[in-house]
Design a protein around this ligand. Structure first.
Ligand SMILES: Cc1ncc(COP(=O)(O)O)c(C=O)c1O
Length: 376
């Protein structure tokens, strides 16, 4: 956690002259140079006119390679995570780009024992076919992690808090522990924490990866991803994969995510307030067990024998995959987001319910859950 004690809305622990709350509002935004519009134009174009062969502005020759609306978002993402940003058409495309930019055939990857099912599926079902091997380990156990890292380990993939069990991994501890024995690249999936609560590069990690579909976009209206790295050489490799594979976000999606970023600090504070109220209710509710909340953000999970019934009865909490939008969502991971880890070491309990607490009035969210839980 970069700022565990401070007020996230104030961004008290952020580095540099400007507070985080100021940076999220301004990051990557300059008035349009032609008409001075405060919000730059959306460059909804596939290509750029060249007055003569090879003559074009900056690197804007073709929009898979570069687009000004995307560049503005990438600048903002880099500013907020403290590194060099590249954006993608989904969180999975970002994850794929980072892993393939860093790893080659024969390399070994360490994955968390519980993680987003799609990340597991990408490594287990796709990348192993290209000679990558992996080990899964509970990364809250640094001794077990040290055993899992070998001479062949090129990448340690951290997800914290984890999806859906919300385990918190000590990023600085991971780096310190493996740094003693092996110089592996450490990437952190920062989707659940966001840079408001955790800035992996400041903690010593080499990369932060996001599904911007979630909190960064924040309004459940677009799918996207991002990679932010410290090292310019790794950044070039990530951009090379971005251009070679072509999983780029469209300009309008970039605009939406960039607009969402500008209220990130306010939304994260409101999500946490909702989650806190929901947790207070769930802890005392009949037949509810294992209530989990990392103490920040809006993600809560719990177990209940009637998990599916509860998910189908709530009204304000919409039954849907995804998370991190202003509206509250509910799901049963085993049957929904995590079906791809069934039968694997990352399998999740069938009675687990995952909540994405939105920014509605907390008391309304509690009342919705109270009505959906079976009477004792
Ligand atoms: C932690 C985490 N990482 C990555 C992803 C993949 O993101 P996307 O759905 O944008 O491809 C998800 C999606 O739920 C996620 O929860």
């Amino acid at each position: 956690m970069s700022d565990p004690q401070g007020d996230p809305a104030a961004g008290d622990a952020s580095p540099g002259p400007l507070k985080l709350a100021t940076r999220v509002v301004h990051a990557g935004l300059e008035p349009d140079p032609t008409y001075r519009s405060v919000i730059p134009a959306i460059h909804q174009t596939s290509t750029f006119a060249q007055p003569s062969v090879g003559e074009f502005v900056e690197d804007y020759d073709y929009a898979r390679s570069a687009n000004p609306t995307r560049a503005a978002l990438e600048t903002a993402l880099g500013e907020l995570e403290g590194g060099l940003g590249t954006s993608f058409s989904s969180g999975m495309a970002a994850t794929h780009a980072l892993i393939t930019a860093v790893c080659s055939a024969g390399d070994h990857v360490v994955l968390p024992a519980d993680l987003y099912g799609g990340t597991f599926r990408l490594v287990d079902k796709v990348l192993t076919r290209f000679g990558i091997t992996y080990t899964m380990v509970d990364q809250t156990d640094l001794d077990a992690l040290a055993v899992a890292v070998t001479d062949a380990t090129r990448l340690v993939w951290v997800e914290t808090p984890t999806n859906p069990l919300l385990n918190v991994v000590d990023v600085a501890g991971v780096i310190e522990r493996i740094g003693r024995t092996h110089p592996a690249f450490v990437a952190v999936d920062n989707t659940f924490a966001t840079p408001v609560n955790q800035r992996p590069l400041e903690l010593g990690a080499d990369a932060a990866v996001h599904s911007v579909t979630k909190y960064l976009g924040g309004h459940s209206d677009t799918v996207g991803g991002a990679v932010v790295v410290r090292d310019p050489e790794v950044h070039e490799r990530v951009r090379f994969v971005q251009n070679s594979v072509g999983a780029v976000p469209g300009p309008f999606d970039c605009f939406l995510v960039h607009r969402g970023l500008r209220t990130l600090h306010l939304r994260m504070a409101a999500h946490a307030r909702s989650a806190e109220a929901v947790v207070e209710f769930l802890v005392g509710a009949p037949a509810v067990s294992n209530v989990r909340w990392p103490g920040f953000s809006g993600m809560v999970s719990f177990q209940h024998p009637d998990a599916i019934g509860i998910a189908e009865r709530t009204k304000l909490f919409t039954l849907a995959e995804s998370l991190g939008g202003v509206e509250s969502l509910i799901e049963v991971p085993q049957a929904m987001t995590h079906a791809s880890v069934e039968e694997s070491d990352a399998a999740v309990p069938a009675d687990l319910v995952r909540l994405s607490c939105g920014i509605e009035a907390p008391e309304d969210l509690v009342a919705d859950l109270r009505a959906a839980l079976p009477a004792a």
